[in-house]
Design a protein around this ligand. Structure first.
Ligand SMILES: [Cu+2]
Length: 117
C-alpha cells in the first residue's frame, strides 16, 4: 500500500514539473523595401505597407544629379544622409493608416509616399 502512495506522489511531482509554456511575444520581422535614387528621383515613389508592421527602407543613391542626397521622413523624425552608392537603412513602424511622405531634405520636393493599410 505504502508503495502505491509513493508511486502516486512521484507521478504528481512529475506532472507539476511540466510547466505551462509561456508563449514568446511575436516580434514582427521588418518588411524590407528597397529604394533607389536615380535621375528620376526615388524609385519606387509609392509603396504599400502595413500599419503596425515595422518597415525597413534600404535606400541606395545612384546619382549625383538630383537634390535627393538625404532622406527625410518627417512623420517619424528621420533625416539621414545618403552617401552615393551606399545602402542606408531606416526602420520605423507605421502607427496608423494613411500616407507617410518621404523625400529629400527640401520639403520632399523629390520624394514619394508610403501608403499605410
Ligand atoms: Cu530636393
Amino acid at each position: 500500500m505504502k508503495r502505491i502512495v509513493w508511486t502516486l506522489l512521484l507521478g504528481a511531482a512529475a506532472c507539476a514539473s511540466t510547466r505551462d509554456v509561456i508563449p514568446t511575444p511575436v516580434v514582427l520581422a521588418p518588411e524590407i523595401v528597397a529604394l533607389t535614387v536615380t535621375d528620376a528621383g526615388f524609385e519606387p515613389d509609392e509603396v504599400a505597407v502595413k500599419k503596425g508592421q515595422p518597415v525597413r527602407l534600404v535606400i541606395t543613391r545612384k546619382t549625383d544629379a538630383t537634390c535627393a542626397k538625404d532622406i527625410v521622413v518627417p512623420a517619424h523624425g528621420i533625416h539621414r544622409a545618403l552617401p552615393l552608392g551606399e545602402a542606408v537603412e531606416v526602420t520605423f513602424t507605421p502607427a496608423k493608416t494613411g500616407e507617410i511622405r518621404f523625400g529629400c531634405a527640401m520639403g520632399q520636393m523629390v520624394g514619394g509616399v508610403l501608403l499605410v493599410e
